[in-house]
Design a protein around this ligand. Structure first.
Ligand code: 9D3
Length: 261
């Protein structure tokens, strides 16, 4: 079963996935397991401090190896087989759907969350199998990154979503951004819902949505679009007739300024 053991100074933060939404329901259904381990419980001093000043000087504090390794050890003992240790860190590889799918299909991992300037490098050398980042921006610690990773994995579990179709149709799974969505009212602040969506013509609707996905991906995420194109070209059948047609339409639209206002 999917299981996450989180090493964190702020176990309260994990109420976010324990007590809310899809991850809560999946937990209630027994589809995954979550345990937190606080390095403070293994502090080697009366104050319960687990950080110290960096050798070599400089600002901030560094998490000490001892309490972190003791917490990781306790988590390993609590699990039936040796788990992978993932350190959430700005130096890690950016998280993506491939990594999420790989984790969700396995037994989970021990997630190591740093605070302050980071953790003693020797813990990384001795215990860490993989470093994962959320992207190039600064968080205050690894917890929010761990929460994102957990949420992303749990929603991939069979039975976690009410609508089975949703997980496979999710953005990035097929390599394109999602299309726009609308609900009632039909006109909101003078903005109408695109006519095709009210037509009941399912084939036209599907085609419109695919075109919107292609348009948005090309516009907002050119690198993702290039990847999608290359992947389609490498595919034995290549681009479908419909995809070719839609890409031609998009090309024409952009040259004639059809979508500019
Ligand atoms: C502002 C301090 N930084 C330069 C001196 C270093 C730094 C240390 C610790 C920057 C961030 C952090 C805490 N971040 C994480 O633990 C973290 C993170 C992130 O900041 N961004 C994206 N992904 C992640 S995963 C873990």
């Amino acid at each position: 079963m999917l299981r996450f053991d989180v090493i964190t100074l702020f176990p309260e933060m994990f109420a976010a996935v324990r007590d809310c939404g899809i991850s809560r329901r999946a937990l209630e259904r027994g589809l995954w397991q979550l345990d937190c381990w606080n390095p403070r419980d293994w502090a080697d001093n009366a104050y319960g401090s687990v950080d110290d000043r960096p050798f070599g000087g400089g600002p901030g504090m560094v998490m000490q190896a001892g309490p972190l390794e003791a917490a990781i050890g306790a988590a390993q003992v609590a699990r039936s087989s040796k788990a992978k240790v993932i350190y959430l860190s700005p130096q890690g590889k950016p998280l993506n759907h491939a990594k999420v799918a790989e984790l969700a299909a396995g037994e989970g991992a021990i997630l190591l969350c740093g605070r302050y300037e980071g953790i003693d490098e020797r813990v990384i050398a001795r215990c860490v199998d993989e470093e994962v980042s959320l992207g190039d921006f600064v968080l205050s610690g690894g917890e929010i990154a761990a929460l994102a990773l957990i949420d992303a994995c749990v929603r991939q579990l069979p039975g976690a979503l009410n609508d089975v179709a949703s997980a496979v149709e999710d953005s990035f799974v097929d390599g394109l951004l999602d299309c726009p969505h609308y609900t009632r009212p039909e006109v909101y602040e003078e903005l109408p819902v695109p006519e095709v969506l009210l037509s009941g013509h399912h084939e036209n609707i599907r085609r419109w949505r695919l075109k919107q996905s292609l348009l948005r991906t090309r516009e907002r995420r050119p690198e993702l679009f290039a990847k999608w194109l290359a992947q389609r070209a490498a595919n034995a059948r290549g681009l479908s007739k419909e995809e070719t047609q839609l890409l031609r339409e998009i090309e024409v639209d952009s040259n004639t300024g059809a979508l500019r206002s």
